[in-house]
Design a protein around this ligand. Structure first.
Ligand SMILES: [Fe+2]
Length: 227
């Protein structure tokens, strides 16, 4: 049988999922330096991120010892912990993606970059992607706007995710992530999510996005049996 997944793809999967480590989240460090968010806002946000790590790890540890025989869909400890697990895991993952792709004071996108070309291809134009993404920022309830590789359509799409777990598309690999929970902006922008989102978009860290798009291209190659 052909070795379907080559070493490059294995590394992408391992780096993304940390398959060779225990299923627990480790805190990452982020240097957020931007005039568009106050230090108090950023500090408060990092505290929330740390809380999601703690709650994910706790839910995960408790699940190991939780009764899996007496489970039902109305209420059971197993069900509650499984919901907590996904909610907090998404909270950790999305915050890490968000914090890594904002606050680039020298933000710049090149027209010959993969990011520019892929977004222009799948949305009709780069401006159309941006308009759709900002619409998702405004349309999400407390949640997220996300540009992701859809492994079903094999194109890039935008999604609104409410909270951390509602309306999450299956088979998605996120490449651009914007936090539009009120805690992300209310201290500095009150309820004006549009101004906050536009400010964050001006400082998107395109070098990080480009790296994610390169990985997405490899995922598509694997799906097509080309790697
Ligand atoms: Fe947040």
């Amino acid at each position: 049988m052909k070795n379907f997944i080559n070493n490059d793809i294995k590394k992408v999967i391992k780096d993304t999922l940390r398959l060779d480590e225990a299923l627990s989240a480790q805190q990452k460090q982020f240097n957020i330096n931007t005039d568009f968010l106050s230090a108090e806002n950023i500090d408060n946000h990092i505290e929330l991120y740390e809380g999601y790590i703690k709650n994910f790890n706790e839910a995960n540890a408790k699940l190991d010892a939780t009764d899996k025989d007496n489970v039902n869909s109305n209420h059971s400890n197993f069900r509650s912990l499984k919901l907590d697990e996904t909610y907090n895991m998404n909270g950790v993952y999305l915050h890490e993606l968000y914090l890594a792709n904002i606050a680039d004071n020298a933000s710049q996108i090149q027209m010959d970059s993969l990011a520019y070309m892929r977004l222009a291809r799948d949305f009709g134009s780069f401006d159309a992607w941006q308009k759709d993404f900002l619409a998702c920022c405004k349309g999400a309830q407390c949640g997220w706007a996300i540009t992701y590789l859809n492994t079903y359509t094999q194109t890039y799409m935008n999604a609104m995710v409410d909270l951390h777990s509602n309306n999450v598309p299956f088979g998605s690999y996120p490449v651009i992530v914007m936090d539009v929970w009120q805690h992300a902006y209310y201290r500095d922008y009150l309820k004006d999510v549009n101004t906050y989102s536009k400010a964050m978009m001006k400082q998107l860290r395109w070098s990080i996005v480009e790296d994610r798009i390169k990985k997405s291209d490899k995922i598509i190659q694997v799906l097509r049996g080309q790697l």
